[in-house]
Design a protein around this ligand. Structure first.
Ligand code: BDR
Ligand code: CA
Length: 345
């Protein structure tokens, strides 16, 4: 059993990650906290509750913490994820409510209660995680594993020419988190899924078609580049319908930026690494984050050669397997959608 503590900014690819994790019988979602990023934190929490309920994970605690990054104003990204964070999808109102607990309390109490048991997955700016480490400096030792989606190492950014979105939204938090890992044993260091590996996860219309087929949908789920933008799915499977509507928006966004009618599903990859279902190799590095320069704010730098003379503080993913990852997504999430469509699970 993998026991996960998540922090997300749901977000189309966060939603896919949550849906995928929900499909895994041996993954327990201990709690999910919301960081502001793609949308504001309350909207993140509402999106997260709705997705978890659609996936049959009602009752998972969803909490909010920070309302803005540590030191700079929040910037959200409706052009990437749509006005409410899930593209063209209009999710049902969540039945559950946002936890009265603060996200930092959730993290600190969970790791203290179950030292060495929990794996952290953060697919959002590192705001809540940095605050949790401030409150409980032993956090890196108390967690079993940490997987972070963020950064871009000698690879172009997706927000500025050199910066990735999550680190650009809250560079101060990212800097603090990496600083907290300096000098820790190698097996404690965060596994960092940066754009260099996550942009290899190119989801395309054929994957959506296969996903719907695996879910047993009555007709083919066709999300095609020639169709009008914003066309809504008529799938008879509710989960597939919402994922399809969300992914269509993500395809349109990537096409707008010259990347083709595909979507980089960054957070799904990080989720698979955290769950242990997607394999990868990693490379030790000392990571730091630029917080001040107007030109390079949010840029992550990896020292692979010990030029700074500081011990490593991260394990950066150096290779992954996109085709196998999409096979896994289709099969596992497709099976969950099939069960949900039949009223089971
Ligand atoms: C990251 O930024 C967000 O927009 C995505 O959800 C992902 O976590 C990719 O840079
Ligand atoms: Ca995200």
């Amino acid at each position: 059993m993998t026991r996960l503590l998540l922090d997300v900014d749901t977000g189309i690819d966060d939603a896919l990650a949550l849906a995928y994790l929900s499909s895994l019988a041996d993954v327990e979602l201990v709690a999910v906290t919301a960081s502001p990023g793609n949308v504001d934190a309350i909207q993140v929490a509402r999106n997260t509750l709705s997705i978890l309920e659609l996936c049959g994970r009602d009752g998972v605690e969803v909490a909010v913490g920070a309302e803005s990054p540590l030191a700079i104003p929040l910037v959200t990204t409706p052009e990437t994820h749509g006005p409410h964070g899930l593209g063209h999808a209009v999710l049902p109102e969540p039945r559950g409510t946002i936890s009265p607990r603060d996200a930092v309390d959730v993290w600190v109490e969970a790791v203290r209660a179950q030292p060495g048991e929990l794996t952290a997955l953060i697919t959002a700016p590192l705001t809540n995680f940095a605050m949790a480490i401030r409150r409980e400096p032993r956090m890196p030792e108390l967690l079993k594993n940490v997987v972070i989606m963020g950064g871009s190492f000698y690879y172009q950014g997706n927000t500025t020419p050199t910066a990735e979105w999550n680190t650009h939204v809250d560079p101060h938090a990212a800097k603090e988190v990496f600083q907290a890992y300096v000098g820790l044993p190698r097996d404690r260091l965060p596994i960092v899924c940066s754009l260099d590996s996550t942009e290899r996860m190119e989801m395309n219309p054929e994957h959506v078609r296969r996903l719907a087929a695996a879910a047993g949908c009555g007709k083919e789920e066709l999300v095609l580049p020639g169709q009008p933008e914003g066309l809504r799915s008529t799938s008879d499977n509710e989960l597939i319908r919402h994922l399809s509507d969300a992914l269509r928006f993500y395809f349109e966004f990537h096409r707008l930026y010259g990347q083709g009618y595909i979507a980089h599903v960054h957070d799904y990859f990080a989720a698979g690494v955290a769950a242990g279902t997607l394999s990868c190799t990693t490379r030790l590095a000392t990571v730091d984050v630029e917080t001040d320069s107007p030109l390079l704010k949010g840029t992550t730098v990896a020292d692979y050669r010990n030029l700074w003379g500081k011990p490593p503080n991260a394990r950066i993913v150096s290779s992954n397997h996109p085709a196998a990852a999409f096979d896994e997504l289709v099969s596992s999430l497709g099976a969950l959608a099939a069960r949900r469509g039949q009223g089971h699970d």
